[in-house]
Design a protein around this ligand. Sequence first.
Ligand SMILES: CC(C)(COP(=O)(O)OP(=O)(O)OC[C@H]1O[C@@H](n2cnc3c(N)ncnc32)[C@H](O)[C@@H]1OP(=O)(O)O)[C@@H](O)C(=O)NCCC(=O)NCCS
Length: 206
Amino acid sequence: MTRRGSGDLPLEVRNAYYKLPDLETERLKVRRLALDDADDMFAYASSEEVARYVLWTPHRSRDDSLAFLRMTIPEYDDPHIRRHKWGIVLKATGRLIGTIDIFKSPGDNAGEIGYAIGTEYWGHGYVTEAATAVVRLGFEHMALNRIEARCNPANTGSARVMEKVGMSYEGTIREQVFVKGRYVDLKVYSILKREYDAGKDKGSTG
Ligand SMILES: CC(C)(COP(=O)(O)OP(=O)(O)OC[C@H]1O[C@@H](n2cnc3c(N)ncnc32)[C@H](O)[C@@H]1OP(=O)(O)O)[C@@H](O)C(=O)NCCC(=O)NCCS
């Protein structure tokens, strides 16, 4: 029997990360990035605090943000790329406040999410809201079976987002990445499709 996802092609040949839609939540637009986002991106991506626990270093100029956008935007039209990055835009102001992405992780039908927003927007539930929409897309549109996320053990805010979207802590991978001059442990969280479905039935997820 041929399994089918939401696209026309069988799952075996369809790239689940290709042509993903923009998303909308109560307070956010989660949409494709554009070159016009360079100023807003530089505003948060230049922050040492935002970059503290991520793999990238702070942008030093608007040109760094522009170069990043020039690299990312063509990926939307590449059928072979297994990742998708959205801009997180506050509907109330129309400003880009950060990004969220989903990319293929090693398992079968498994994806990983990552996110970052500017410090002045922390603690308002924005990333939880965006990540909830991306998890829903992963299970309901991309036919994923597992969605995971990883964070530095010191990044309590990120771990909390993972818990709030229904993920469970699986364990800590010791010194998994060499970043900014040292080996760093990563905590792994995940949610499976059947757990997502069970949460939806109870009305707590999705
Ligand atoms: C981590 C981050 C994504 C959280 O985004 P956010 O929009 O502030 O998160 P939310 O408002 O949805 O908060 C989710 C939960 O985390 C908690 N939280 C958020 N920031 C926190 C912090 N710095 N310390 C402790 N808890 C924090 C919130 O209180 C909330 O929990 P609660 O509902 O139990 O109170 C954001 O701080 C960020 O962009 N950091 C820099 C980039 C980064 O580290 N990305 C993750 C890499 S793995």
